[in-house]
Structure formats: C-alpha cells, structure tokens
Design a protein around this ligand. Structure first.
Ligand SMILES: Nc1ncnc2c1ncn2[C@@H]1O[C@H](COP(=O)(O)OP(=O)(O)OP(=O)(O)O)[C@@H](O)[C@H]1O
Ligand SMILES: [Mg+2]
Length: 265
C-alpha cells in the first residue's frame, strides 16, 4: 500500500501517518516511512533515537549537485535530469522496529513548475522509492504536494487529506484534493480530532460523504507524544489507533480489488 498524508498545518498528518506506519509494521509488512515535510518530525513521533538530528536529503547540497553533475553555481546551469539515485535509499534509510525511515525534506516549489535541482532530485528519488513493489510507503507531507510528480502520483494508491472540523482546514483539504486530482491521484478526506456528532456533521456537510474515508476521534492524551512519547508505545486500544486500523483495512481491501481489476483487464 502506498499512501500520502497531506492537509493544513497541525491537523494531525504526522500523528495519523505514524499510526498507520505502526499498524502496518505490526502486520510484519515492510514499511517505508517517508518524511516529506519541511518541519520533519515523523521520526521523533515514531521514537527514532536522534530523530531531530537527521538531516533531510534535500539539504545535502553537495550530494545533490554531485549526482546532478552541477559544477558551481546551479542557477542557470544545466543539470542531469536522471541523476543516479538507486544507492540513496540504502545510504540514508534509518531502521527501527521493522520501520524504515527516510527524511526527504521539501523545497519551496513556488507553484507547480519548479525545476530547481533539489526539486528534480526529490522527485526522482520519490519515483524510485514508489516503484518498489513489495514495500508499503506512508508519506507525511505538507499541504503543498506539487513536488510529488506525475509518475510518483501514478504509483501511489491514494492521498489522504487530513481535515479538522474547522473551516480553514476544510478549505485546505479542498485545495489539496484539487492539486492531487491534477496529478490524477485518488484522494480521500479523513476527519481528525472529532469531539462530537456536530464535528462529524460539519465535515460531512461541507465535504460530502463520497470522498470521506472516515473519522478519527479527539484523544485527550495525544499531546504526550509532543512531549517525547512515541506512537509506537501508545496502548493498542486507544480509540484513534483502532479507527486508523479500520481505515487501513478498508484501504488494503480497496488495493486488492484494484489489483484484481488490473489482472482481469
Ligand atoms: N486525534 C487527535 N486527538 C487529539 N490531538 C491530536 C489528534 N491528532 C493529532 N493531535 C495533536 O495535534 C497536534 C498536531 O498534530 P500533528 O503534528 O500530527 O499535525 P501535523 O498536521 O503533522 O502538523 P504539521 O503541519 O505541523 O506537521 C499535536 O499536538 C497532536 O498531538
Ligand atoms: Mg507534521
């Protein structure tokens, strides 16, 4: 399964992506956690030691310029469009408790057509990662998903736009959905921090029910994760974790169906 989490800042992308990663790894599936947020903190949420010190790949200018065969000033010079990438995951992936983590970072794309070397490098790396068939990928992104690239988007199962019951978060979710649809990517909304029926109704009313994948409840003690706790250590019966488990099962069933369709086509 290959999914990306996006949405407005603070809606819970990292938390829910972390739960999904934990649940997939508990099934002994091979899971690659991709942190593609400029403020990378997926590693910390998953309890990777020294997570705060991991340098995102996008900041490794020497590596990127070397692989893209850029000699000095990158501005205005030519660079390789298909840099050597296949050894990068092996070098920069961290492993813990059956989870592999790669911290990509992101570039300020400034709209979709960004062709700076860093952006091209990230796109190529993502494309390479999603082509591995037997590995699950869970990507923690920001609201801007422009650097996904068409070929990466085509290999992903879907994008989940995380949405809180607030109007600004709803607006962002729609924007994310539009961007994803431009990339021909299937998109679902996933409600988070739901406290009552009223919250649930607001999301259904504003977003419609067709693309709504599910709702995740507000959980009082979640803030413990911000204070150094890890999603890997949450009790197994915590409500949001059980709700993400259901979402995971839904997505896995949909994936199996899609694959069967491909075979019979
Ligand atoms: N279901 C929930 N119940 C209660 N609190 C939650 C829930 N989900 C996330 N939170 C809290 O909301 C805050 C933001 O969560 P998180 O960091 O996962 O969001 P994010 O979308 O990744 O943010 P950013 O845009 O900064 O990366 C955190 O304090 C987290 O503990
Ligand atoms: Mg985050």
């Amino acid at each position: 399964m290959k999914i990306a989490f996006a949405g407005k800042g603070g809606t819970g992308k990292t938390t829910l992506a972390g739960m999904m990663i934990r649940l997939l790894s508990e099934e002994k599936r091979q899971v690659l956690a991709v942190d593609a947020d400029p403020n990378a903190n997926l590693g910390r949420a998953l309890g990777f030691p020294g997570a705060g010190e991991i340098k995102p790949i996008v900041e490794m200018k020497d590596l990127i310029y070397d692989r893209m065969e850029i000699k000095a000033d990158p501005k205005g010079s030519f660079y390789k469009l298909n840099p050597k990438i296949d050894d990068i995951p092996e070098k920069f992936v961290k492993k813990r408790k059956g989870v592999s983590l790669i911290v990509m970072g992101t570039v300020d794309a400034g709209g979709s057509g960004c062709v700076c070397p860093e952006s091209t490098f990230l796109r190529e790396l993502l494309k390479h990662l999603v082509l591995k068939k037997d590995e699950d990928i869970v990507m923690d992104m920001e609201a801007g998903i422009e650097h996904l690239g068409r070929s990466t988007a085509a290999s992903m199962n879907c994008l989940l736009a995380i949405v809180e019951p607030t109007l600004t978060s709803i607006e962002t979710a729609f924007r994310v959905k539009r961007l994803a649809e431009d990339l021909k990517m299937k998109t679902f909304f996933l409600g988070n921090k739901i406290r009552d029926k009223e919250d649930e109704n607001l999301l259904h009313e504003k977003l419609g029910s067709d693309s709504m994948l599910g709702m995740v409840s507000y959980y009082e003690d979640m803030h413990n994760i911000d204070k150094g706790g890890s999603i890997m250590d949450l009790a197994g019966d915590v409500r949001p974790l059980l709700q993400i488990k259901e979402i995971k099962e839904k997505l896995l069933r949909a994936e199996t169906k899609d694959e069967q369709k491909k075979v019979t086509r």
